[in-house]
Design a protein around this ligand. Structure first.
Ligand SMILES: [Zn+2]
Length: 415
């Protein structure tokens, strides 16, 4: 079975076929969750699964499961990702993981290979969280991290709810796949960052996802005229900002090259050229792959901001408004991926994902890990997102052999 490889041309043609649903003029995809385009993509996927003799079921939040039977009825090895895209997304984010999983099943079919445990392929609903503002929604519901009713109640900007749209596109199912029925899971995804390409590596062995949180800082000053008010008489939030901003960048730097700090939003009120701001609001996004560093960064950020505002005599409120705990993937799953990389003689390195993925929720209920392949320029969530046919097949081959290892190969006559 060492020689077993996926059908590279079939995988690539299916990726391009899927990309026709929601295709944008600039060569990307707009196939947001539960739209007509998503419906068409889902129906195409289901047709392919049925043609491959997979048992297709849809659960209450529209997650599509497609099972290739094993000798055992339980202990399935799960793989998959998402088919929905950003409004100006690419052809590969999510789609690669789904269609590579289908290709794993097809390749096993082609060779007549029977596995001890079933292979369960999944398409998670609304991973992107752009139309309905909760990313990784379908996997969160499945893993018990989000109540089904809360997901149903989410509405898009026109007021249409997830439940209404699931019904409208005929994707609200009644089947359920129990988390206890899944023994292990793998997700193949494009890196969405520049590291693998820069280091000319073929595969990222993903060992975890970094810790991340976002915080809102509101500093209260006192509105005053920009001319008559002496500098010494002002309560100016910008003074505190000027103090803490360089200190926060230095703090992040001190936590090493893996630390991330981003000030993505800043607003001074009332926003007039000649008025000292009465209020300054900004957000800071803090990330680090290691929990100790991450927690220290958050603590130090709060302290630095507090000190700077104290020095200026300015009241400040800091609150965390979003958080995603980091994930350490399962050692045995990581070893299965590393084993596949070694067997296939690809170049690879262990890495931590900077972005969240469905695999984060899956990891809370069963042993899980991820596989990355490079994408051109590290570009993703962009119509220009690009990978090569060879890169796609490398990822799928690693997925195939990692899954085979966990699905425990049953020797067949062709072996
Ligand atoms: Zn994705």
């Amino acid at each position: 079975m060492i020689d077993l490889r996926v059908n590279e041309a079939r995988l690539w043609s299916r990726i391009q076929e899927m990309a026709k649903h929601g295709a944008t003029p600039a060569g990307g995809c707009n196939r947001q969750a539960l739209t007509d385009e998503d419906k068409a993509g889902r129906e195409l996927f289901i047709r392919w699964c049925k043609a491959a003799d997979l048992d297709v079921r849809i659960d209450g939040i529209g997650n599509i499961f497609a099972r290739r039977a094993g000798r055992s009825a339980t202990g399935a090895i799960l793989t998959g990702s998402h088919l929905d895209t950003q409004p100006s997304g690419g052809k590969y984010d999510g789609i690669l993981g789904v269609l590579a999983g289908l290709e794993v099943c097809e390749s096993l079919n082609d060779q007549g290979i029977e596995t001890e445990f079933p292979v369960e392929l999944v398409v998670w609903t609304n991973e992107e969280g752009c139309r309905f503002h909760t990313a990784m929604m379908g996997s969160a519901v499945w893993a018990g991290a989000m109540p089904l009713e809360a997901a149903y109640a989410l509405c898009d900007s026109s007021g249409a709810s997830v439940r209404e749209e699931l019904i409208r596109i005929d994707q609200l199912g009644i089947d359920s796949v129990l988390t206890s029925d899944i023994a292990a899971a793998f997700e193949l995804h494009i890196e969405q960052g520049p590291v693998l390409e820069a280091e000319q590596l073929e595969v990222g062995v993903v060992i975890g996802v970094q810790h991340m949180s976002r915080h809102r800082i509101v500093i209260t000053g006192k509105e005053a005229h920009a001319g008559p008010t002496p500098m010494t008489e002002r309560l100016d939030p910008m003074r505190a900002l000027a103090d803490f901003l360089p200190r926060l960048y230095a703090m992040a730097e001190a936590h090493g090259p893996d630390a991330r700090i981003t000030f993505g939003f800043i607003e001074a009120a009332p926003g007039s050229n000649n008025t000292v701001p009465g209020m300054l609001t900004l957000t800071v996004d803090i990330r680090h792959p290691e929990r100790d560093h991450y927690e220290a960064m958050v603590g130090e950020a709060y302290q630095i901001i507090g000190e700077a505002c104290d020095t200026q005599g300015l009241p400040v409120l800091i609150e965390e408004f979003w958080k995603a705990d980091g994930v350490s993937f399962d050692q045995e799953c990581i070893a299965a991926v590393t084993g596949a990389v070694d067997l296939l003689e690809y170049t690879a390195k262990p890495m931590v994902s900077g972005a969240g993925h469905d695999a984060c929720h899956v990891a809370s209920v069963c042993p899980t890990s991820m596989i990355f392949i490079p994408c051109e320029g590290g570009l993703s969530h962009n119509e220009a997102e690009s990978i090569t046919q060879t890169q796609a097949s490398i990822g799928a081959n690693v997925l195939l052999h990692a899954m085979l290892k966990r699905a425990t190969l049953v020797p067949s006559s062709k072996d």
